[in-house]
Write a protein that binds this ligand. Structure first.
Ligand code: GDP
Ligand code: MG
Length: 162
């Protein structure tokens, strides 16, 4: 059975765009409006000759529990079924209260976490990613899911823990 990598993070940070980048094809649904990915969707992926299963998350409605809890719940379900977690944060926005809710949940799990600072489209924006060291998951990997910048280094780091 292939190892499972779950992609978690709040809506609109670029999880589905990153899935498509990793797959090398546009299979995951990307939307400008948050909440388009339906629940959890699995894909077969390969990096450096190693196969793994990629699980995209999202698709929750803003119900009475509120957005923090819904994002953290989805992330927790995905983290529980995964061997490693890609935690995606929007580098242009920085860590939000919702991100902090995900951080608290992920800390309780005994799973390796790779922290991704997405939307680092150019070198100038790389500085923004460094503030995410404060989340406590070690080095933030600056990537642009949209343009492919930094995703090879990120995937190498994933393979070290998967
Ligand atoms: P999700 O809700 O986390 O799955 O986010 P999506 O993948 O649907 O992307 C949300 C929006 O962010 C879309 O408009 C994407 O085009 C945009 N986006 C995703 N990755 C990047 C990136 O690396 N750079 C920029 N500038 N925009 C991005
Ligand atoms: Mg999505």
């Amino acid at each position: 059975l292939d190892p499972v990598l779950a992609i978690v993070g709040r809506p609109n940070v670029g999880k589905s765009t990153l899935v498509n980048r990793i797959l090398g094809r546009r299979e995951a649904v990307v939307e400008d409006t948050p909440g388009v990915t339906r629940d959890r969707v699995s894909y077969s992926a390969t990096w450096n000759g190693r196969n793994f299963t990629l699980v995209d998350t999202g698709g929750w409605e803003h119900d009475a529990k509120g957005i923090h809890a819904r994002v953290a719940d989805q992330a927790e379900i995905a983290a529980d079924l995964a061997d490693a977690v890609l935690f995606v944060v929007d580098s242009n926005v920085g860590a939000t209260a919702t991100d902090e809710a995900v951080v608290r949940m992920l800390r309780r799990k005994k799973k390796p976490v790779i922290l991704v600072a997405n939307k680092v489209d150019d070198m100038v924006q790389e500085a923004d990613a460094y503030s995410l060291w404060s989340l406590g998951f070690g080095q933030p990997y600056p990537v642009s899911a949209l343009h492919g910048r930094g995703t090879a280094d990120m995937l190498d780091a994933v393979m070290d823990v998967l």
